[in-house]
Ligand binder design. Structure first.
Ligand code: CP
Ligand code: NVA
Length: 312
């Protein structure tokens, strides 16, 4: 079913219904097919996109730039060293100025409240390209990848192991609970998701049929997993926590033993990337045939194009 999402921002998956997420995923598969058959339609001709980055990025930046550029749009990369973002000028004023010049804005940075303010004051669609709290565009690519491998989402079991309260883990829990994917997080108590988010997600799981579980025992937690997913132990902005994270998370590394403990030979490995091989995942797992990380990275582009096509 088609939905009219014109003018909508994409700040967290909380704002999107399961039907709207399904629509965006269908559109993502469509634009991927178009791209593969070199059927490019210049749907962003005459449009401009501001790309604001306070933190580094490879995939998100390149996905936005290439998806927008190849459809005839003009993306403008602005790091926080280049513009007055919250330094000499308030976020609200920056938002109002950018909204007069651009058709859409992407923001990657620290505070969720800043991307929320950009959306409130710019008057154009704003996309969250990662904040300390959420990474919603990543999760669309992850769900798309699961659909490609397994054909469907409902009833699949995704196990996230590692830092269970970071931006990716939080967003995955929201996405999975809305889309009927069972979500288990295995992490030490200190790094488990907060109760309020777990309760929020459990509200959706009632409707979608997904089960949300918090586990600390690895062997029972990973049993029957279709997907084992992990992310870095130290997210951007938390570099001072590196030493304590290594100690806490070492037992949660994804290795071939953990992959075997699922009891399924079809289990795939996923990671949003960038990965620190030897920390959260062993070299042999990420380089094995069960690893879908490169498809997942490519799908960032198709899903981001779909979001922009739907909202601009
Ligand atoms: N997964 C992801 O967001 O990668 P980048 O940090 O390279 O954008
Ligand atoms: N949790 C990681 C994700 C990187 C894409 C971070 O915030 O650094």
């Amino acid at each position: 079913m088609a939905f009219n999402l014109k003018g909508r921002s994409f700040l967290t998956l909380k704002d999107y219904s399961p039907e709207e997420i399904s629509f965006l995923l269908d559109l993502s598969h469509q634009v991927k097919r178009e791209r593969k058959s070199l059927n490019i339609m210049l749907r962003f001709r005459g449009k401009t996109l501001a790309l604001l980055f306070e933190k580094r990025s490879t995939r998100t930046r390149c996905a936005f730039e290439t998806a927008f550029g190849e459809e005839g749009g003009h993306p403008v990369f602005l790091s926080s060293q280049d513009i007055q973002l919250g330094a000499k000028e308030s976020i609200e004023d920056t938002a109002r100025v950018l909204g007069r010049m651009f058709d859409a804005i992407q923001f990657r940075g620290f505070k969720q409240e800043n991307v929320d303010k950009l959306a409130e004051f710019s008057g154009v669609p704003v996309y969250n390209g990662l904040t300390d709290l959420y990474h919603p565009t990543q999760i669309l690519a992850d769900l798309m990848t699961v659909q490609e491998v397994f054909g469907s989402l409902k009833g699949r079991k995704l196990v996230y192991t590692g830092d269970g309260r970071n931006n990716v883990a939080r967003s995955l829990m929201i996405g999975c609970s809305k889309m009927g994917v069972d979500y288990t997080v295995i992490s030490p108590e200190e790094l488990q998701p907060k109760n309020d988010l777990v309760e929020y997600c459990r509200n959706f799981s009632g409707e979608s049929g997904s089960k949300i579980e918090i586990a600390s025992d690895i062997s029972t937690g990973v049993k029957d997993a279709d997907v084992i997913y992990t992310d870095v132990w130290v997210s951007m902005g938390e570099e001072d926590k590196a030493r304590e994270r290594m100690e806490l998370l070492r037992p949660y590394q994804v290795d071939s033993k953990m992959m075997a403990q699922t009891g399924k030979s079809s289990t795939i490995f996923m990671h949003c990337l960038p990965a620190v091989k030897g920390n959260e995942v062993t070299f042999d797992v990420i380089e094995s045939s069960c690893s879908k990380v490169w498809d997942e990275a490519e799908n960032r582009k198709h899903t981001i194009k779909a979001i922009m096509l739907a909202t601009i």
